[in-house]
Ligand binder design. Sequence first.
Ligand code: ADP
Ligand code: F6P
Length: 323
Amino acid sequence: MKRIAVLTSGGDAPGMNAAIRAVTRTAISMGAEVFGVQLGYQGLIDGIIIPLGARDVAGIIQRGGTMLGSARCDEFKTAQGQREAIRNLHQHGIEGIVVIGGNGSQTGANALAKQGFPVVGVASTIDNDLYGSDITIGVDTALNIVLEAIDRLKVTASSHQRAFMIEVMGRNCGYLALMAGIAGGAETIVIPEYEVEPEYVAKDIARAYEKGKQHAIIIVAEGAKNNTQVLETYFAEHKEELGFSIRTTILGHVQRGGTPSASDRILASRLGSEAAKALLGGNHGVLIGMIKNELVSTPLEVVVEEKKELDRSWFEMAEMLDR
Ligand code: ADP
Ligand code: F6P
């Protein structure tokens, strides 16, 4: 295999650039030519494919986002869209592709693999919901952004003896919220995996007040059944039982826009480099992830079928630390 491509897809994640750089430079070191597909699968369908040399990926390791651009592309979910994408790859003489992205993107990668096109995935999403990797590119940076916000909100919360609900991203996965809750010293954590009812959250806030705390922090995953909207409605109806007055902050996309942390740059470099080696070495149809600090390749069909579990002991520990 002499000509490969790389694309980034789905929600951008800090560290994607470091992964593009690692794929490109590793493949060039191994004697291959590299091409970048802009705007994820949309660019594959539209044929927006550019050559990538070692100098083209210079100065990007420290930049968040993705120099190739990303997209959500419904057309790629169709057989027609996938045919068009494969036709464009063949037309450019491209023999294999690295897909850097999350769950949806790897489902797309699996679709290409099932049609016989050599593809290797790189685990990249701030949600950390991808089977086949303990940790994904972007999580560490996003977590640090959430923590900075929690620390700042605690300052004003203490001054005014208030409770704050902070909504954290993660789609249907509570990983980011749970880790933010542990590292940020939250009173209560609400995540989809281990749902708690509004009455329980209200009791937790009241208890914090009775214990003499000056503030209460509630971290709520966006995917929780009892999300910030549900909780706000409940708290409005039970104001007098709370003890604290309450404010809500939805962190939103600010969580995705950070300068990649050292840890994300290293993870992305390792995964990207290994992906290029795997593809050029003939190990394709797999996702490259990190399990117990080892680089591991897992078949894409397993990645898309299996669900990554969130260890309940983390949640129980968080509850014990709130005293
Ligand atoms: P992420 O990769 O961050 O989870 P998405 O779920 O939005 O983000 O997926 C990114 C893209 O992957 C989608 O816009 C689509 O182009 C492609 N994709 C998602 N699901 C499928 C699928 N079932 N079949 C083919 N392509 C898919
Ligand atoms: O998958 C990453 C993510 O940031 C999720 O946490 C969030 O639910 C979603 O993307 C937001 O999507 P968009 O950027 O399309 O609004």
